[in-house]
Design a protein around this ligand. Structure first.
Ligand SMILES: Cc1ncc(COP(=O)(O)O)c(C=O)c1O
Length: 405
């Protein structure tokens, strides 16, 4: 009998982490690899935030805290949601966890009964369907076409909802496509949700601040205030404040749900690190003048990488409005052969080819349930991105011109 539980068969290790691990193995062998597979900013945590963490240690803020997070942090989150999103929550409607990831998991684990369905627009962050399965639910994937900007249309949502649907998961700006749902997009989806009062909305706003050009961030609880009482708004400091390793995310929603999430957290991790919580107060309520700098830098890199990738034979890359990912279509390289006559049959083959031949680590679209695409994170320096794109263009140019029959 295996020591591993049956439910582990329902999920698979993250393809992002798998690619990063493979890239690290090559690096250990001495090969120079540019890693564009990571989902985290390359910036260091801002000094004022780091100092707040150090201060927390010096002040002895090193003991267990309340499960939902220390009061000053929840106050900072409450004030942020009111100030920036025009959403009014009380402190007991807010819970803090070990990253937005744990908040999403707690919400699903707290709410799903076996067989309950969760509608997930795809391409998506693959942790969503895996977390749904682990929590005993059934993911219902809705394919969103590139031609629609990888966004779900109201008619697709209508078709996907059934009697067992418990949640709609929305992530805007999106990992992996960078798609941003406008307020009008959300209002269109809300019209459908109004006809189905049993469906809740999980709005994963983790990339909220990373929107470019004329795109504007919008979130469901604000775009459709009548859905406020069945929406969980999820956010955190990982991406905006360059704090991925600190593990602080939060959720805000109806008390019944938040209480249930706190029960799960209380019996698992208890809470995120006390030190990280105090650092997060500074990240959310303190000086954030670095954020526009981060955003401007990301936008510059996005423009650079899109322009360069569109020079690669067989790739076509649309301009995403947010996050720090591009999601180029690689249909044009499928069916071609490498110099050593290896067939590129899938986006995974292509990602492997880029890693082995060009020394550039990206994630195949299949890792986000969408093919044939690759996801490239542009959270790297302009020098690295330039070098990586040149190598990708070069590697694509080396593929055989004629497509296999
Ligand atoms: C869509 C999405 N949600 C949530 C997370 C997790 O964020 P955190 O570091 O706060 O757990 C990520 C991280 O990659 C993400 O891409």
């Amino acid at each position: 009998m295996s020591i591993v539980a049956d439910h582990l068969k329902l999920i698979r290790p993250s393809e992002t982490k798998a690619m990063t691990a493979r890239a690290n193995a090559l690096k250990a062998e001495g090969k120079e690899v540019i890693t564009l597979s990571q989902g985290e900013p390359d910036f260091d945590t801002p000094d004022n935030v780091g100092e707040a963490g150090i201060r927390a240690i010096r002040d002895g803020r090193t003991r267990y805290t309340a499960v939902a997070g220390v009061v000053p942090l929840r106050e900072a989150i409450r004030d942020k949601l009111l100030r920036e999103n025009d959403l009014g929550y009380t402190l007991d409607q807010i819970t803090v966890g070990c990253g937005a990831k744990q908040i999403v998991f707690n919400a699903l684990f707290a709410s799903l009964n076996p067989g309950d369905e969760v509608v997930i627009p795809s391409p998506c962050w693959v942790s969503y369907p895996d977390m749904v399965r682990l929590a005993g639910g059934t993911p219902v994937m809705v394919d969103c076409a590139e031609a629609d900007g990888f966004k779900m249309k109201p008619e697709d949502l209508e078709r996907a909802i059934g009697a067992r649907t418990k949640w709609l998961m929305l992530n805007s700006p999106s990992n992996p496509t960078g798609a941003v749902y406008s307020e009008a997009d959300l209002i269109g989806l809300a019209e459908v949700l109004r006809r189905h009062p049993h469906v809740w909305v999980l709005a994963d706003d983790i990339y909220e601040k990373l929107v470019y050009g004329s795109a504007r961030f919008a979130t469901m609880a604000r775009a459709a205030p009548d859905l406020f009482n069945r929406t969980l708004t999820v956010n955190g400091v990982s991406k905006t404040n360059a704090m991925t390793g600190w593990r602080v995310g939060y959720g805000a929603g109806p008390i019944e749900l938040i209480k249930a999430m706190n029960v799960i957290q209380g019996q698992t991790t208890s809470h995120t690190s006390s030190i990280s919580q105090y650092a997060a107060i500074e990240a959310i309520a303190g000086d954030q003048t670095y954020v526009p700098r981060f955003v401007a830098e990301f936008e510059k890199r996005r423009d650079l990488i899109v322009a360069k990738l569109n020079l690669a034979s067989g790739l076509s890359c649309s301009v995403p409005d947010g996050a720090f990912y591009v999601f180029p279509n690689c249909a044009g390289v499928l069916g071609r052969r490498t110099a050593s006559s290896k067939l590129i049959a899938t986006d995974t083959d292509f990602a492997m080819y880029l890693l082995e031949e060009a020394g550039v680590a990206v994630v195949p679209g299949s890792g986000f349930l969408a093919s044939p695409y690759i996801r490239i994170s542009y959270a790297s320096s302009v020098e690295e991105l330039t070098k990586a794109c040149d190598r990708i263009v070069d590697a694509c140019g080396k593929l055989s011109e004629e497509k296999a029959a």
